[in-house]
Design a protein around this ligand. Sequence first.
Ligand code: ATP
Length: 331
Amino acid sequence: KEIVVSGIRPTGYLHLGNYFGAIRNYIRMQEDFNCYFFVADWHSLTTHPDPKDLPGNVMRVLAENIASGLDPEKVSLYVQSDIPEISELYLLMNMLAYVGELEKVPTFKDKVRLQPQNVNAGLLTYPVLMSVDILIQRAVKVPVGKDQGQHLEMARNFAQRFNHRYGDLFPEPEAFNYGDGLVRIPSLDGEGKMSKSENEMATLYLADDDDKIIKKIAKAKTDTGTGVPGSPMPESVRNLLDLMKLVCALDLAPFYEDTWNTNGSIRFGDMKKQLGEDMVKFIAPIRERAKELQRDTDYLKKIMKSGAEKARANAAQTLQQAKKLIGINYY
Ligand code: ATP
């Protein structure tokens, strides 16, 4: 079976973007691939989370993945810091990563702009660590959202560079999504993507209660129609229709699309009511199951431990081969 790796940072509550960009693919892939899915706790340290929040955040990401349908019997579900081999390969791979190329990464440039007071070296070398997460398991497919496309390209570059210099070891991983292309779930305020650490009212979390879901959708940005038939649909309206396509049981998006084309407007109240109800039906079962799982920390710890055992065994083999190829081979 082909090897698959993907990770989610424990930086807050998981949201619809994480679900449709990543977790939905994990669930589908668990049947056909050899899957390694992890909680990227080291990656979350770039923003210096409060130490007392970290364990709870890690447990919640595990619980929300399982509640969404991930089966820990079928995949290896682990926490990044339980695999020390990753840190060793990261050190080795840093020697092949050039400061110039890392400084050019758009997500790094964003961070320099947005958090100038904390441009730490971990942020700069983030793509190296992410590449190692993938390469150490010798993965060929990586289910991620659109925001990660560029990082994946870097993972391929590092794999090539290593193979070229020291000999063939790493397959070149590709971003993967069922359906057409990588998914990007937009924020409800029409600005950027949904994300754990951005505008709370514009992000639908898997932990949101019913009232909150309905309220957030009711407040979602929609440009009022021009009333001119055939006028182009504003992005904010398109975004809501896209969400309808993902969560509504009935395929109502074409109806609203027709309405827009004929009238140059839509009855947003009706549309949002429908979307709100269907969103509640979608999120509520995941939320309730995740709550139950979070109460059973012994179970979650057992999952983490057995996931890490399998992931470590595979990672240790890769690391050993990498060291040998580099020449760290003295005994
Ligand atoms: P943060 O707010 O801390 O940056 P995040 O919400 O962007 O976090 P990550 O932990 O960086 O989430 O990413 C986990 C996975 O979810 C990745 O595969 C990423 O591509 C995917 N993802 C995150 N946001 C979206 C989104 N809005 N649409 C589609 N996929 C997304």
